[in-house]
Design a protein around this ligand. Sequence first.
Ligand code: PLP
Length: 389
Amino acid sequence: MSNIHRRDFLRSSGMAIVPAMIPFSSTLANDPAKNESASPGIIKFFGDGEMFEPADYLQELNQIQGNSPIVKDRYGTGGAVEALEKKFEAITGKEKAIFMPSGTMANQLAIAVLSGSNAKVIVQETSHVFRDEADAAQSVFSKRLVPLAKNETGFTAQQLKQAIEDLKKEEVFFSGIGVVSVENPVRRADGRMVPLDEIKQISAYCRSNNIKLHLDGARIYMASAWSGIPVKEYASYFDTVYISLYKYLGASGGAILCGDKKIIDQMPHLVKIHGGNMYGNWTNAAMALHRLEGIETRLQDARKRGNEIFSGLHKIQGISIEPLENGTNIFRMKLGNNLNGKNLQENLNKQFNIRIGAPDKQNQVLLSVNETLLYRNAEYVINAFRNSL
Ligand SMILES: Cc1ncc(COP(=O)(O)O)c(C=O)c1O
């Protein structure tokens, strides 16, 4: 939500009074950000996007409607849903895109259709498909997930090749490999990326061995913003790609799945039989469509703002901030033993409307860069940290 709209809403809802009652430290007296008009929104150093509260969501939808009336879909056909699908076909360069009620369904149906009658599906051990989809592949789709690279970001092309060759030797009744699924960036590896070179080699190996390749690209925009590799290029190495609509595109849920027409054309029937065919989907589709406009620029702005903030925080005694290897928008803040991380978290929240996660046993906190960092200038945030210690 633009600051202007957020401020208007907060003022009219009376919420702008709340921060005015909070005593700012006197050392902030010369802070230019202090003079910004009231309450530009909560800065959240976790998550990948703004994750709108209901009032903000409605405000944003109202603005979209004001610019051009939203056209509703019917069971995912027509209106904002169709417009969103067209947009994603252009973004990913795939023949066809389809709105899905969830990323879990997008992953599962893509894997099921791509693998056909082959049961084996190779995944990262850390992937959402392996760890966080309630064994749907095994229990609903009769697939056997073969996890590689335990606790790692991903497997290399060499490890993949070796695993497939080993399976051939180890099993008497060898059945084919249905699909290889790659998650990038990896949520359980704190947003670390599978290197592009590895993706290229995995893709080349799969194509030359007639193995289909699926991308769980829930956060592919984060990978793209930090690696500089366009979403379309990432998509080009895969047969299907899923992208989340709610993690950083503002929607309250939903996913998009893109691929060849002959694959995507099988989806509406499968979505229906799994109970995912919802009558109206336009609230999510209209929001994501709107938030796609300028997403790359906003993420680059957030990235720059994050860098400014982190280099300022780095200068505070006892604080150091470091990027993760092959990382995206998640950074590690280390606090010296003499600093009370819990107090920092509480003071930032209560006095400055800034949220960070709780420090761990090593007094470290992971900080995520997202669009909420754009609500205030870097100086405000740096001073807030300094005065919260
Ligand atoms: C990497 C990844 N894939 C898939 C999903 C599933 O998305 P959904 O919540 O829409 O089912 C998530 C959600 O957390 C995720 O992080």
